[in-house]
Design a binder for this molecule. Sequence first.
Ligand SMILES: Cc1cc2nc3c(=O)[nH]c(=O)nc-3n(C[C@H](O)[C@H](O)[C@H](O)COP(=O)(O)O)c2cc1C
Length: 261
Amino acid sequence: MTVIDQIHQHRSIRKYKPDPVPDGILSEILEAGMRTSSSGNMQTYSIVISRDPVMKEYLLEPHMKQSMVVDAPVFLTFCADFHRMRRWLKLSQAPDNFDNYFSFMIGAIDAILVSQTVALAAESKGLGICYLGSTLANADQIGDILDLPPNVIPVVGFSLGYPAEQPALRDRLPASGLIHWERYQQYTDKDILEIYSERETKGWDRYMRSKWLKEEVEKSGVENLAQLYTIVKYTQDSHQDFSNSFLQYLSNQDFMNNLPE
Ligand SMILES: Cc1cc2nc3c(=O)[nH]c(=O)nc-3n(C[C@H](O)[C@H](O)[C@H](O)COP(=O)(O)O)c2cc1C
């Protein structure tokens, strides 16, 4: 299969066989990840591998009890990491300019790019992955469990293992809604509704197959997918709380210095 064919076969895998991921294959996909471009080639990321069932059990709660954390043989947490670099600067009598929000973003971009290379490498080996947004939402709790030192922040994570399911490919918004030539295309309301029209039915049908979401929708009187997203799934309160705890964690981890008043 070509790389592009493989990319088009991607689907998130949430059910895994118990078979372990052989060490050789794990090393191979991580080595592939390490070839990813990084800002200034500083490689300001770390990858924490969780294979010990006890460690995965600890991670289950901050990952909002998503069972793939414990069911998959491996869970990978990709962290923005300026800890190593800043220690090296200190040992080399170099100024430390990386105690700020911009540096966190550099580390986060490095970590996220590496994660996707590892994901593609894993899929090329017949493995499956599923990202978990809880990595960012509960970064502080996950950081404590993984013993992350200052200047290290979990940003993305995924379960990894051999698929025990072959879900249907999920739809994507049309290219006309995502790609802009030369300048940003300004959308009319009609354009927006067209871009989301297929999603409105396919996304709704998919969510209605989830017992929990169906019950929540019935309780809250939600009538369409857009409402489902922000009244049930991603609420104002949850997103505000996650924002506040994440900003506090960035500060605790020494990334929020010298901000303007
Ligand atoms: C950053 C990120 C966070 C995600 N978080 C979750 C999650 O917490 N639980 C989950 O089941 N899927 C999660 N997903 C998977 C998405 O739901 C999935 O990628 C999307 O529905 C498209 O489906 P596909 O990957 O099968 O094509 C996440 C994906 C990304 C990129």
